[in-house]
Design a protein around this ligand. Structure first.
Ligand code: NAD
Length: 467
């Protein structure tokens, strides 16, 4: 029997079956994980539905106290959660610790927001108010790259607004979510938060469930499209945070030595498994050779290994499927580009790929056009910044992008031309709970975080009174 349990209707329960979660650094089992049946999923949704009337009627100040108590519980158990996160996800323990504390901070941020009634018009003839009402049961579906922080994009605003939740983590990284269930069991009223793990087989059922009013989904574009189709029948609300192929564009006035460490971090954090990782880098021809050399030098000096080991800078890929996909993209890139760092997988257990830099490669190759979601960066030469912008915008994705230059006005002007949900200048992937985040085109629908993210967990209701 597993030491981990599902959380359904305020009770910690075993799954209908159980299967191991593998540590991607060792390929050995971290723990047996309970896996829910569809009947258990239905129980979780019923529990959330039954808990909704009372939770939604609970004053917002009381709901905030629950969010704060969850944040306290996460912080009080931070080292255990971080260790577990490293074991199931692979990231270095320092990064895992940052993710755990970040998760608590996201819960705390939402305690500072309110949903006041807005007066739209108060004139002689009428008074019009805008209310934000909770939706009901929310299905929250999370991927495997940031199991904790991505959960915290969803749970705190959903709960603050008065909704109840069924949370489904990714099948390869469910343990931190289940541990959270254990920690919050006595903090959250029964049924308000339910946490189930699956074998990648319950997402569709959760999406289609008639009692689920909204799906908040983070994951791949292909699955996001299925979620949208699955939600169509009942016109469910959906928020989709999907894949990306973020471009970084470096202008000719940048000092390669100074910028390379920041660019490297933007592309390789979490071994490149970040939706808003820089996934293709356009560098001006004047500084191209020097920038490639600097990046290769950093890559060659990066320590990869088990995230629990002192000194590890990059961990493994999270799962075998992703590992194989990234290897395939590297092999394909070798046909047209030159690999100047990495390119090989160490001959040892674990899904490790050394950080890989590919130069002399361009658009029209798989590594540039597709989302690699791994530790490999194509560096592309350009001569005209407007052409680089056009190539960046040619992607079907539109999640993020960045411009790098010492000329702030020029960088700003180019930033206005990048067609993506977020654009950064002289940095990349700077996320915070108060800054709304969402994608353009195939990168998603709607936004999370900030006041806009909170509003997406509500139904706008207008009360229009004659005077
Ligand atoms: P995925 O789409 O395979 O899985 C995501 C989640 O969806 C998992 O919990 C999975 O079990 C569930 N799922 C599977 N089939 C489903 C279905 N038919 N209906 C509903 N849910 C279903 O994604 P992944 O491989 O776990 O994650 C990697 C992808 O996520 C990358 O493309 C990455 O860019 C993207 N991502 C996006 C963001 C963002 O905020 N935009 C953040 C992180 C990751």
């Amino acid at each position: 029997m597993s030491e981990y349990k599902l959380l359904i209707n305020g009770k910690l329960v075993d799954g209908a079956k159980s299967s191991p979660v593998l540590n991607p650094a060792t390929e050995e089992a971290v723990a047996a994980c309970p896996r829910a049946s569809e009947a258990q999923l239905n129980e979780a949704v019923s529990a959330a539905k039954a808990a909704f009337p009372s939770w939604s009627a609970t004053p917002i100040a009381e709901r905030k106290k629950v969010l704060s108590a969850i944040a306290d519980a996460i912080e009080a158990n931070a080292s255990e959660l971080a260790r577990l996160l490293t074991q199931e996800q692979g990231k270095p323990i320092g990064d895992a610790t940052g993710e755990v504390y970040g998760t608590a901070a996201f819960f705390r941020y939402f305690t500072m927001l309110d949903l006041p009634v807005k007066i739209i018009e108060d004139s002689e003839g009428k008074k019009v108010e805008a209310h934000r009402r909770p939706l009901g049961v929310i299905g929250a579906i999370v991927p495997w790259n940031f199991p904790m922080i991505l959960m915290a994009f969803k749970l705190p605003p959903a709960l603050l607004a008065g909704n109840t939740v069924v949370l489904k983590p990714a099948p390869t990284t469910p343990l931190t979510s289940l541990k959270l269930g254990e920690l919050i069991k006595d903090i959250v009223p029964a049924g308000v938060v339910n946490i189930i793990a699956d074998e990648n087989d319950l997402g569709a059922a959760l999406t289609a469930h008639p009692d689920v009013r909204k799906i908040s989904f983070t994951g791949s574009t292909a699955t996001g499209q299925k979620v949208m189709a699955g939600a169509a029948g009942l016109l469910k609300r959906i928020t989709l945070e999907l894949g990306g192929n973020d471009a970084g564009i470096v202008l000719d006035d940048v000092n390669p030595k100074e910028a390379a460490p920041k660019l490297f971090q933007s592309a390789f954090q979490n071994s490149g498994q970040v939706c808003i990782a820089m996934k293709r880098l356009y560098v001006h021809e004047k500084i191209y050779d020097e920038m490639c050399d600097e990046l290769a030098n950093i890559a060659n000096n990066t320590i990869i290994g088990d995230g629990l080991k002192q000194g590890t800078q990059l961990g493994p890929l999270q799962n075998k499927m992703q590992f194989e996909k990234v290897k395939e993209l590297i092999e394909d890139a070798k046909k047209t580009g030159n690999v100047i760092a990495g390119g090989e997988t160490p001959d040892e257990k674990g899904y490790f790929i050394r950080p890989t830099i590919v130069r002399d490669i361009t658009d029209g190759t798989r590594l540039v056009d597709e989302e690699q979601f791994g530790p490999v960066l194509p560096v592309i030469k350009y001569s005209d910044p407007d052409d680089a912008i056009a190539r960046a915008n040619a992607s079907p994705y539109g999640l993020g992008g960045s411009i790098w230059s010492n000329d702030k006005d020029k960088a700003y002007e180019l930033a206005t031309k990048l067609e993506s949900g977020s654009v950064w200048i002289n940095k990349h992937a700077d996320l915070a709970p108060n800054i709304p985040f969402g994608g353009a085109r195939l990168s998603g629908l709607g936004s999370e975080l900030g006041e806009e993210g909170l509003a997406e967990f509500t139904q706008l209701k207008i009360i229009n009174m004659a005077k």
